[in-house]
Design a protein around this ligand. Structure first.
Ligand SMILES: *[C@@H]1O[C@H](CO)[C@@H](O)[C@H](O)[C@H]1NC(C)=O
Ligand SMILES: *[C@@H]1O[C@H](CO)[C@@H](O)[C@H](O)[C@H]1NC(C)=O
Ligand SMILES: *[C@@H]1O[C@H](CO)[C@@H](O)[C@H](O)[C@H]1NC(C)=O
Ligand SMILES: *[C@@H]1O[C@H](CO)[C@@H](O)[C@H](O)[C@H]1NC(C)=O
Ligand SMILES: *[C@@H]1O[C@H](CO)[C@@H](O)[C@H](O)[C@H]1NC(C)=O
Ligand SMILES: *[C@@H]1O[C@H](CO)[C@@H](O)[C@H](O)[C@H]1NC(C)=O
Ligand SMILES: *[C@@H]1O[C@H](CO)[C@@H](O)[C@H](O)[C@H]1NC(C)=O
Ligand SMILES: *[C@@H]1O[C@H](CO)[C@@H](O)[C@H](O)[C@H]1NC(C)=O
Length: 853
């Protein structure tokens, strides 16, 4: 057994024993985004960027309609209703040349580090903002008059407040005038949670125990627990971070590697420190382990919080990625925690470090009064402890040695909401939306490490990913996400710029079904269009968050009695016996199953040799005259079927003799002349997996591909078409549950280098191929006629391949007849040349068959 497998088994075993219960398997916890929106399909997005880089720090002031942005060497004030309207103001705040030189001499990177990265930007008081920057490893802070918006002349030393290193984990808040920050401040200094701008600055304790071990901070959240508190409790600030585990809970698979674990810590706002013991130190610091899924999902990446009106309903959403030892894999887990669960851990037993055994274990001795680490409440006040300075030494001594709680904070429901393979979430934001059913739904916006945003709605104990949207063409981590309900926008900060994305783009859903199946709580069908619920009269709207399939009765599920526009135009296909023909059918939804009806009855699918159903179409191979008939493609999702394409296929027993006036020319020539709408059929395959019926063909194509890397259809002619590997994953990493299939491939020895397939036009002199993607083949309403430059068909190939039901997949697309053109009889010569073209293809297929066994 390989050590990797052993590790995995050990980890699973320990996970089971140690109580990481998950009733659902990893596959159940995964979710495929329903729709995929690539960069070129984006709409309604506004972009702000200048020559400045690293738009990392965002401060939204909705009431003033301003979005402040801290970047590298600059602070911007943008109009939050349109960040790109050109009205922005800017403060240049670059590191001085002397400090930059200094920084270079310290051996820092002159391309990324020796600049003034603005890391902190918050409102200080009604007139001023407070900002801190790394200033080429000499952090500085300053207050900025928000109206004048100019760089002040006075700066404060920043080394207590802001990290030196621009990439260091950092979080900060201004709470009632106090500045609460957490990071590793100085070069080689220990990480710390500090309070500044306060009469009583505080820090964490470093001896005899470090309260924090190599902590990398992710987020801090203020919870106003003093509000309406029956016990006179204090406001608390919660910190989320990853640190080296002192306790040995996770180091089971590699003792040599110091395990890192996720933590939540908290301090009380009114903490003043101790008088003699813990002087200028927190007396209310407590931390607990934060668990989400398996113990190897330990790297906390982002936390966001939400409350439903009062602090007791506070929930935290957190995204985790795999620990460093799994760095060859990418996966994320998302969990939700309730504040009561966090409190439960802080009210439970403490851990204690045994010097003799050099390990942490549960402390079962007596606990002094008032309870160490708790805030000052009415109860303690009644006993004469008016502030932390009044606390008895026994309590402060206990606090010093018992920062860690025994109980772990478990996610709501005991398991993650989502476990997503091949995706590294870098940032979360959450909005709560009231849907038409009267319930509130949490909508998560999850930014990925490569510039995509997954928008998901939390439904019960799981999530439904409504869409994945590529917001940056150049892959880059989404660093900040901020939601504005007023502007109905999501602001996205990344290295290259700021984006303003609508919270919902309901108009993307073209039919009632599409709108309802999307289960987007922002969107509903008003009888004619899918629109935002907020902008329409809710009495006539159709939405079904709970089931995602009800309400569109007037256009029936099967589409037969639907209004005329729901019917895509019927297309004709005429081929010669023995040819292969592809009937394209593009499923808009990644969750839909393609269903083909042949003469009105369901296609036997994989059972029948000559029919291959893929998500992009149906391939009829080696056609016989019996294959003639009517073919209809439906997308089936949640029990609903929508008609997407319809074809009349005619298989001619033999080549009809010269009835057409211009004699058919060789296809290459005719192509070169550019007067023909030529069809390319291309076929191929990918995943072998469990689909035994497909395996013969798949195996064989795979082998070929492996041997040659690529091959050419037909004779090598100028207009030939090459097949190469590509897929959604070639556009970017990270679609769905690809992993298992990859594993299977490995076992079968059939792995593609990248598991991708692409069709690339050859060097045809006339191949005026447009990179434009063809509009969805036949989704209602009917797409406009194809532009003429697409007529050689090559440009119309889908640039994204999708896979279906995890085991079979096929790409294939061919030229559509221009929809505006008359029917078949009007262009018989073209059909003839198509037929000739097909025969070349057929020959290829035959050759493939010979070599396959
Ligand atoms: C911000 O944009 C909105 C709409 O585009 C406009 O009405 C408003 O005047 C702008 N505000 C500023 C300060 O430019
Ligand atoms: C950064 O340093 C490298 C090597 O030390 C040098 O080649 C490069 O010109 C420097 N770049 C800038 C912007 O100073
Ligand atoms: C806000 O803080 C700044 C900087 O400390 C100070 O100059 C200004 O007077 C304060 N404004 C108000 C209204 O307190
Ligand atoms: C700033 O942006 C550059 C260019 O994308 C990137 O290489 C660098 O890592 C970024 N630095 C930080 C601190 O985000
Ligand atoms: C605490 O405050 C109460 C009332 O404000 C006061 O009577 C009491 O003396 C104070 N106790 C201490 C120890 O300061
Ligand atoms: C559905 O059809 C009925 C009659 O056929 C009509 O009265 C009703 O308004 C329609 N509902 C919607 C949502 O279009
Ligand atoms: C469809 O029906 C026609 C005649 O109605 C028949 O010739 C043809 O074989 C049928 N096609 C299929 C695929 O069943
Ligand atoms: C397709 O075939 C059906 C039945 O064979 C026929 O009724 C229909 O008119 C044909 N459609 C076209 C566009 O030729």
């Amino acid at each position: 057994m390989s050590s990797g497998t052993a590790q995995l088994l050990a980890a699973l075993f320990v996970a089971a024993v140690m109580g990481y219960p998950s009733r659902r398997s990893a596959t159940d916890l995964d979710a495929t985004p329903r729709t995929t929106v690539t960069f070129d399909e984006l709409s309604g997005v506004r972009r702000f960027s200048t020559r400045t880089l690293n738009y990392t720090t965002l401060l939204l002031e909705d009431e003033r309609s301003v979005l402040y942005v801290g970047a590298r060497g600059a602070i911007f004030a943008l109009n939050s209703s349109d960040v790109a309207d050109g009205s922005h103001r800017m403060i240049h705040w670059e590191a001085s040349p002397e400090k930059q030189l200094d920084c270079l001499q310290k051996g820092k990177n002159n391309k990324t580090e020796c600049f003034n990265h603005v890391r902190f930007l918050q409102r200080l008081n009604s007139t001023h903002l407070y900002a801190c920057g790394t200033y080429a490893f000499h952090p500085l802070c300053t207050s900025i008059d928000a109206d004048r918006f100019t760089l002040p002349s006075h700066f404060e030393e920043g080394k207590e407040k802001c990290p030196y290193d621009p990439s260091r984990g950092y979080t900060g808040l201004i709470v009632d005038g106090g500045l609460y920050t957490a990071t590793r401040y100085e070069f080689r200094s220990l990480p710390d949670i500090r309070r500044n701008l306060h009469q009583r600055p505080l820090k964490t304790e470093e001896s005899p125990l470090h309260w924090l071990n190599d902590a990398e901070f992710v987020a801090s959240v203020l919870v106003r627990e003093s509000r309406d508190s029956p016990v006179g409790d204090d406001d608390k600030i919660y910190y989320f971070f990853t640190e080296r585990a002192g306790e040995e809970t996770t180091s089971f698979f590699d003792k040599s590697q110091a395990a890192r674990v996720a933590r939540v810590a908290r301090v009380c706002k009114s903490d003043l420190g101790g008088k003699k013991i813990l002087q200028r130190k927190w007396t209310s610091f407590m931390k607990a382990r934060l668990v989400c899924y398996m113990p190897y999902y330990e790297v906390l990446r982002s936390v966001c919080s939400l409350d439903g009106g009062g602090w007791p309903s506070t929930v935290f959403y957190a995204a985790f990625t795999l620990s460093a030892q799994w760095r060859t894999m990418e996966a994320s887990a998302v969990c939700r925690y309730s504040i009561s669960e966090v409190q439960r851990a802080f009210e439970g037993p403490y851990m204690e470090y045994q010097d003799s055994a050099r390990k942490w274990s549960r402390y079962d001795g007596t606990v002094p009064e008032p309870r160490p680490g708790s805030c000052i409440t009415d109860h303690s006040r009644r006993k004469g402890y008016n502030s932390s300075q009044d606390l008895p030494n026994s309590v402060l001594d206990f606090v010093k040695l018992h920062p860690l709680m025994f109980e772990e904070v478990k996610p709501a429901g005991g398991e993650p909401l989502l476990v997503k393979k091949n995706v590294a979430y870098s940032r979360l934001a959450v909005d709560r939306v009231r849907a038409l059913d009267g319930r509130s739904y949490d909508v998560l916006f999850m930014g990925t490490g490569d510039g995509w945003i997954h928008k998901a709605v939390v439904l019960g104990s799981g999530v439904h990913i409504i869409e994945e949207v590529q917001v940056f063409r150049d892959p880059q981590p989404v660093e900040t996400l901020v939601i504005s309900r007023t502007q109905r926008s999501l602001y996205v900060g990344a290295a290259s710029g700021i984006l303003q994305v609508p919270l919902a783009t309901c108009a993307r859903y073209a039919s009632c079904y599409d709108c309802v199946l999307a289960r987007d709580p922002y969107c509903a069908w008003d009888g004619r269009a899918c629109r935002e619920t907020a902008s329409a009269d809710s009495t006539v709207l159709v939405q079904d968050m709970q089931h995602g399939n009800e309400g569109c009765r007037n256009s029936t599920a099967r589409g037969e009695s639907a209004p005329p526009w729901v019917f895509p135009p019927r297309k004709n296909r005429m081929v010669l016996r023995g040819d292969d023909v592809l009937l394209p059918c593009d499923q808009r939804s990644n969750l839909a199953r393609a269903v083909w009806l042949l003469n009105g009855t369901e296609a036997p699918g994989a059972g029948q040799d000559r029919l291959r159903v893929g998500v992009d179409g149906l391939l009829v191979m080696d056609t016989l005259p019996e294959h003639s008939g009517e073919y209809r493609c439906y997308g089936e999702e949640r029990g609903l079927r929508t008609l997407l394409a319809a074809y009349n296929l005619t298989v001619l027993p033999e080549l009809p003799r010269a009835s057409a006036t211009p004699p058919p020319r060789p296809p290459a020539a005719s192509q070169a002349a550019g007067d023909m709408k030529v069809v390319y059929v291309s076929a191929i395959t990918i995943l072998v997996g469990l689909c035994v019926v497909l395996s013969a063909v798949l195996l064989y194509v795979s082998c070929l591909q492996k041997r040659k890397g690529k091959y050419i259809l037909g004779e090598p002619r100028p207009s030939s078409v090459e097949l190469q590997t590509v897929s959604a994953n070639c556009l970017r990493k990270g679609r769905g549950s690809k992993e298992e299939e990859e594993d299977d491939e490995d076992e079968d020895g059939l792995a593609y280098p990248d598991g991708c397939l692409q069709i690339i036009p050859g060097e045809a002199p006339t191949a005026a191929v447009s990179p434009a993607k063809e509009p969805p083949a036949a989704a209602p309403p009917p797409p406009p006629p194809l532009p003429s430059e697409l007529t050689n068909g090559v440009g119309a190939l889908p640039n994204m391949l999708r896979k279906m039901n995890g085991n079979s997949y096929m790409l294939l697309q061919q030229q559509e007849e221009p929809l505006a053109s008359p029917l078949y009889s009007a262009s018989f010569t073209e059909e003839l040349s198509k037929i000739l073209e097909k025969r070349k293809h057929t020959q290829l297929v035959e050759k493939l068959d010979e070599s396959s066994v």
